[in-house]
Design a protein around this ligand. Structure first.
Ligand SMILES: [Zn+2]
Length: 197
């Protein structure tokens, strides 16, 4: 429909989450008309992010070093572990300023429909950490969805025999959505009112 180089960019943009064909076209034509240095800066930011960012060797948060800034922070309470589905959920919990422990990123939630079982998530790494890091409480901060609840129950089942307390965020979060649908006050309350499962 468009000249090949333009169509190629539209196709790539349209593959991004939340970007449909129409938005992709609008973005592509916007980039066609901005200063070349601006377009180049965007392209370089993508390349730089991909080449420097990696996963924290301890918690699988995003970092540009061996361990992320939270794991390296000596003021953090190492006896509390907040388990989240995705690295971006850490930012959401951090914004509440209610949690001073460390994190563990599972990489998703258990979903039989999508064929995601515990083996596809970073459960083994989690068990090793709970075993070896002197953790006393694990907070299941998975999304308030069926998958998130299933994952929280699974966490309780495998971690409680290790002698740790497993808690779940209190209700009051918008059901069915991602953690980041909640504002920080609601999430902060859910965190403060967490209950043992
Ligand atoms: Zn980390």
């Amino acid at each position: 429909m468009f000249e090949a180089p333009v169509q190629k960019l539209i196709d790539e943009l349209a593959r991004l989450p939340g970007v449909g064909q129409k938005s992709a076209q609008r973005l592509a034509f916007h980039l066609l008309h901005v200063e070349e240095t601006d377009a180049r800066r965007l392209a370089e930011a993508i390349i730089e992010m991909r080449s420097t960012v990696r996963l924290c060797s301890r918690c699988f948060n995003i970092t540009d070093q061996e361990e992320c800034s939270i794991c390296r922070d000596l003021r953090r309470d190492t006896t509390e572990l907040c388990v989240v589905e995705r690295a971006q959920d850490i930012v959401v919990v951090e914004r509440t300023q209610e949690f001073i422990g460390r994190y563990h990123v599972l990489g998703g939630a258990i979903s039989p429909i999508e064929g995601i079982g515990p083996d596809q998530l970073r459960m083994r790494e989690l068990v090793a950490r709970v075993d070896g890091e002197g953790i006393k409480e694990v907070i299941a901060a998975t999304n308030p969805t069926v998958e998130g609840d299933t994952t929280a129950m699974y966490l309780a089942r495998i971690l409680k025999p290790l002698g740790v307390k497993v808690t779940r965020l209190a209700s009051g979060l918008p059901v069915g959505g991602d953690l980041d649908y909640a504002d920080e006050i609601t999430l902060g309350r859910a965190l403060a009112g967490r209950q043992e499962i």
